[in-house]
Design a protein around this ligand. Structure first.
Ligand SMILES: [Fe+2]
Ligand SMILES: [Fe+2]
Length: 480
């Protein structure tokens, strides 16, 4: 890509220099973003040198550069995947007609809503994770946390660019509001539920990046199919970065399990050794998987049908999955289950377009199952009889048809009383949380690691685990 401008105040490959008005608007937003970052970003580590990758291009081979930088000096830029010439809509009612390079008037409000909802999750997760650095189990983990954080910041830039460029004055107002809402705030919370849940410990962080970032992947992937071309190209590049976040999560949970297995193999009690029992890991998985399931929207949704019909949001790999052959989706049904009398489960057929949230969620679940399988293989290989199972869609839901109903993780109706008595078997109890929190002590020495997690097999960018991923400005322990 020849037109990457890295020296500009805002690094970009969208030709900002040629659009004075837009450039000025974004440059006016930039100090507010930085102020938000200093206020709500990682607390206590802004002066340290972090070994970060920065997006410098959109080429598959060599889009990133690694270096020690202070987070406030990170080059948050705007990068879109190159456009495909004469790209045509490949699904929905307008299939075969040219994609939009401007916002189609009919869909302006809906598109803005989609972009704002996606954009809002990016700073939200940074806010949720802002205290985690103070309890990082290793420099490697500390660096990974900050990598995820700066990239979520860049994803906010990506969405704000779209708002500024394509939505005029209301777009600029929405961009301002992104810096005003606060995760978990009583009066002005972030838009989606899972992004208002605090992340106080690293097991939650690994589960969040495994399950909630993966919801992000599926939302972005469905928008990467969009007929609104700038949105599709933005999301495609964001997905490149997003993959690392899920890597951090999946290998993170895997390393927690590895450490526990190591202790168990020695015949010792995980708690006595400061490791996390597998039962507790399972409960955290249950919690974060279910709050992430809530992010997919209604199972039978007229909005989903509209988005698909208009060509705004496709299915996962709509254009590249050979198994998807009908891109109009006006015929056919998708099976949906819903609660009937006294916990009985009913089946219904939802017209395919109206079931698009469910279709996306099913694909998400398959991907989650794959991650869980890796952990289970690890446990089996170590010779222990314990299986992590993703709970049923009916369990512990706050959105959709199963919301608030007393089903157990297997999907069996247990009734309100048993539910209240038994939740502690399925979800973290206060005691579990207190135990996990008690393990959260920082470990900032090169090559060392906390008691409850195993080191990774290899480090970042070809470096080993014992690499100085963070160069502290002063004694980090003295700050606590
Ligand atoms: Fe993101
Ligand atoms: Fe992410």
């Amino acid at each position: 890509m020849g037109n990457v401008d890295l020296n500009a105040k805002i690094p970009n490959n969208v030709g900002l220099a040629d659009d004075r008005k837009l450039c000025k608007a974004l440059e006016a937003w930039q100090p507010n973003f930085l102020e938000w970052w200093m206020d709500m970003g990682p607390e206590g580590f802004q002066m340290d040198q972090i070994y970060l990758r920065t997006a410098v291009d959109v080429d598959a081979s060599g889009w990133a550069q690694f270096d020690h930088v202070k987070m406030p000096d990170y080059r948050w830029g705007i990068f879109l995947q190159p456009g495909v010439q004469d790209r045509l809509m490949h699904f929905g009612d307008n299939i075969g007609s040219p994609v939009w390079d401007k916002v189609p008037g009919d869909h302006r409000a809906v598109l803005k809503r989609i972009i704002v909802t996606q954009g809002d999750t990016e700073p939200a997760s940074v806010e949720q994770q802002r205290l985690l650095g103070q309890t990082a189990p290793s420099l490697y983990d500390l660096r990974n946390l900050f990598q995820v954080n700066v990239e979520e910041g860049r994803h906010l830039w990506a969405m704000v660019y779209l708002l500024h460029k394509y939505f005029g004055r209301d777009g600029r107002e929405e961009a301002e509001d992104m810096l005003v809402r606060r995760s978990g705030h009583a009066d002005n919370p972030r838009i989606l539920g899972a992004f208002n849940e605090p992340i106080n410990d690293w097991l939650s962080f690994y589960c969040f990046t495994t399950f909630t970032d993966r919801d992000g992947k599926y939302q972005l992937a469905s928008l990467a199919e969009s007929g609104f071309d700038p949105l599709a190209r933005t999301c495609r590049f964001m997905l490149t970065e997003e993959a690392h976040h899920m890597f951090v999560g999946e290998t993170g949970v895997g390393r927690v399990i590895a450490r526990t297995l190591e202790v168990m193999a020695e015949g010792k009690d995980p708690v006595a050794e400061g490791a996390i029992p597998l039962e507790i890991v399972h409960k955290y998985v249950n919690r974060w998987f279910t709050v992430s399931m809530d992010l997919f929207g209604g199972e039978d949704s007229s909005n989903a049908a509209t988005y698909f019909g208009a060509g705004l949001k496709g299915r996962f790999r709509e254009g590249s999955d050979p198994k998807i052959t009908d891109h109009v989706a006006l015929e056919g049904f998708h099976e949906q289950f819903l609660p009937g009398e006294a916990g009985k489960v009913q089946r219904k057929e939802v017209p395919l377009r109206r079931a698009m949230n469910l279709v996306l969620r099913d694909a998400y679940r398959v991907d989650c199952e794959r991650a869980v399988k890796v952990w289970n293989r690890q446990i089996k290989k170590a010779g222990f009889d314990f299986v992590i199972e993703l709970p049923s869609e009916r369990f512990h839901r706050a959105q959709g048809v199963w919301a608030g109903l007393p089903y157990d993780p297997k999907g069996e109706w247990v009734g309100d009383e048993a539910w209240a008595q038994r939740t502690g078997e399925w979800l973290p109890t206060e005691a579990d949380e207190a135990y996990v929190m008690s393990l959260m002590k920082p470990c900032y020495e090169v090559g060392k690691i906390a008691s409850w997690v195993a080191p990774p097999r290899s480090g970042i960018n070809g470096n080993e685990f014992a690499f100085e991923y963070v160069k502290f400005d002063d004694d980090p322990y003295a700050r606590l």
